[in-house]
Design a protein around this ligand. Sequence first.
Ligand SMILES: C[S@@+](CC[C@H](N)C(=O)[O-])C[C@H]1O[C@@H](n2cnc3c(N)ncnc32)[C@H](O)[C@@H]1O
Length: 360
Amino acid sequence: MLVAFAACRGQTPEDFFRRGGADFRGTAPETRLYWKPHIERSHRRILEAADFAAGRTAATVLGAGVAAEIPLAELARRFDRLVLVDLDGPSLLESLQQVPLALRPKVELRVTDVTSFAGALMQRMDEEIEASSTQEEALHRLQKLFENLKLGLPAPLPPSDLVISSLLLSEIPRFPFAYASRLVRARFNADLRSWSGYNQAFEKLVSLSIEDHIRLLAALRREGGTIYFSDTLARGPLWSNVTAEARAAFEAALLPGFQSLGLARSPAGLGAAIESLCEAERPFDTEIAAFERLLAACRQSAGNAFEPLLPVAEIQRRAKERGLSLIGAPESWWWLAYPCEIAKGPGAFYVTSWILSRAP
Ligand SMILES: C[S@@+](CC[C@H](N)C(=O)[O-])C[C@H]1O[C@@H](n2cnc3c(N)ncnc32)[C@H](O)[C@@H]1O
């Protein structure tokens, strides 16, 4: 099923999603080498969730994109039908390359909105901003749009034995906001952040996205089925939030790890050792271990160096309301998304994964 957005100024919402995917697909191969632990852990956890599913009729991957962290070939082997859903069609097509030709007839690509509101909201933003004569009028119209924003009907997707949502929920509210920013900039050369209702509207969007997404996960799960849900809960490090005292604690926590990797002998050598990361001086496994130790030491000594991205308590409350319960314990790890930025700023994400089913 294809979502048909109305024609709009310069770049349609569909173009916008495609451009996001193109940027992601353009990530340098050297950067992707640092993603290996994240990809391996995601694969292992998704297959663990698949093991818990009672049936083998269908698996659905929401926000599949290029499926960098989804073991598509193995899922296509295990399930009769594998449905990949995203608003970015070219990325879905690229993801197919993971699947051997013989298994491709089992795979179905759906270029559609996984939410009940985001596509329609983006289209309305486009119309309202286009109809405005001034920046003030545009922001006022956006304000009204957000005040009246409600959930629609859940996306019509097939009931599935395994439902996968990996690194999607935190992105859902970001797309409409980034789209509105682009429209306001293009039409009035203005910054959306000048809108006094910005924070409140974003919080409302996050909250609606959680309600909508958990409702969808619960609705798609077949009897006996499982849900794999993971997301980036925090992003960092924000070094400017690290006080001198926290910095000293961070260095003390980091030193043994860096010593065992042969990267530094004393606290005095830590700065240079951190600076030397990402300079292709040593094997990737050592670099990855160094970054993981650095991030763990930083999180332990300066929690505020990591910006929270999702309200976990709200997700848990919504999941409980929908009768979903946890299988086993959640697992967390680091995704070194932009490794070469970590020494200077936020280049890493803290990922947490849950396997959910229905309470008996
Ligand atoms: C960070 S990526 C997910 C990565 C993916 N799981 C992987 O393994 O590569 C988030 C994806 O969500 C998609 N997305 C965001 N909002 C969406 C929406 N409302 N409907 C459909 N897809 C959406 C984006 O196009 C993007 O491909």
